[in-house]
Structures are given as structure tokens and as C-alpha cells.
Design a protein around this ligand. Structure first.
Ligand code: DQA
Length: 147
């Protein structure tokens, strides 16, 4: 059974409360339940991690490299400027998919740049919570290619 890790970066713990016009009204817990359900349907073992701290996300990426087969990450605002998270993704050999609830390309200019894009296997943006499920699909496709 393939093992996948879903990482949520800063402020995503406030989903449901946080700017619902942009991020939707589903609570963080509900979204996580749906992620777990979607992972199960795809035959994955899944764990979910959230942190508001850059170093904690980096530590988790390092730890995951020997435990998980793939990662879906919504790095939140770190997406736009964290070269440290970019380097951590680049350092590990498992596939990582970048996801965003909102369409980062149709918002403020600073959001359209992702410094992690080039070290991820795909970028999925703008599908609300479905972005996470599509991220799981990307991993599934990669796993099937490798089998
Ligand atoms: C986000 C988009 C980022 O620009 C923002 O800083 C977030 C959430 C998204 O899921 O749409 O925190 O990653």
C-alpha cells in the first residue's frame, strides 16, 4: 500500500473561518476528513500534517523521505518565497505535488510566483478542496507508471 503525506502550511488550520469568499466555508477538519476519504478510495495510507512554521515543515519533509511514497503540499504563503522549503523538496527523492485552494494566478501579483513549482511534479491551483484530491490523483498516476 502506497503511503502519502498531505502537508498544510501556515494559516490553513483556519480554513472555514479564514476569508471564506476565497477559501470556502468547509472547516479544516471537514477538508481533512475528505482528504482521508479520497486517499482511501485511491488505495493509499494517508497522514496529514499542518504547521505554521517553516522549520517544522522542512523537518517533516526530511522525515517523510524515508517513510512516505509521495507528498501533496499546500505550502500557503511560503509557496511564494521559501527557498528553504524549495531546497527541502529538492533534496528528497519522493514525488511532491504542489496544491492551492485558490487560483494563485488570478490574485495579487506576488501570489502568481511559486518558488517550489520547479521542484514539484505538478502544480494544481484553483479547485478549492478538490485541488488536494487532484493532487492525490497525480501521485497515483506516478505510482502506476512506476509499478
Ligand atoms: C494558498 C494560496 C496562498 O497564496 C496563500 O498564502 C495561502 C493559501 C491556497 O491554498 O490558495 O495561504 O496556498
Amino acid at each position: 500500500m502506497k503511503k502519502v503525506l498531505v502537508i498544510h502550511g501556515p494559516n490553513l488550520n483556519l480554513l472555514g473561518e479564514r476569508e471564506p469568499g476565497i477559501y470556502g466555508t468547509d472547516s479544516f477538519d471537514n477538508i481533512n476528513n475528505e482528504i482521508m476519504q479520497n486517499a482511501k478510495e485511491r488505495g493509499f495510507y494517508c497522514e496529514i500534517f499542518q504547521s505554521n512554521h517553516e522549520g517544522a515543515i522542512i523537518d517533516k519533509l526530511h522525515e517523510a523521505r524515508k517513510v512516505f511514497d509521495g507528498i501533496v503540499i499546500n505550502a500557503g504563503a511560503y509557496t511564494h518565497y521559501s527557498y528553504a522549503i524549495r531546497d527541502a523538496i529538492s533534496a528528497i527523492k519522493i514525488p511532491v505535488v504542489e496544491v492551492h485552494l485558490s487560483d494563485i494566478h488570478s490574485r495579487e501579483g506576488f501570489r502568481s510566483q511559486s518558488v517550489i513549482k520547479d521542484v514539484c511534479i505538478a502544480q494544481i491551483s484553483g479547485y478549492g478542496k478538490k485541488s488536494y484530491f487532484l493532487g492525490l490523483d497525480e501521485l497515483k498516476a506516478v505510482f502506476e507508471k512506476g509499478d
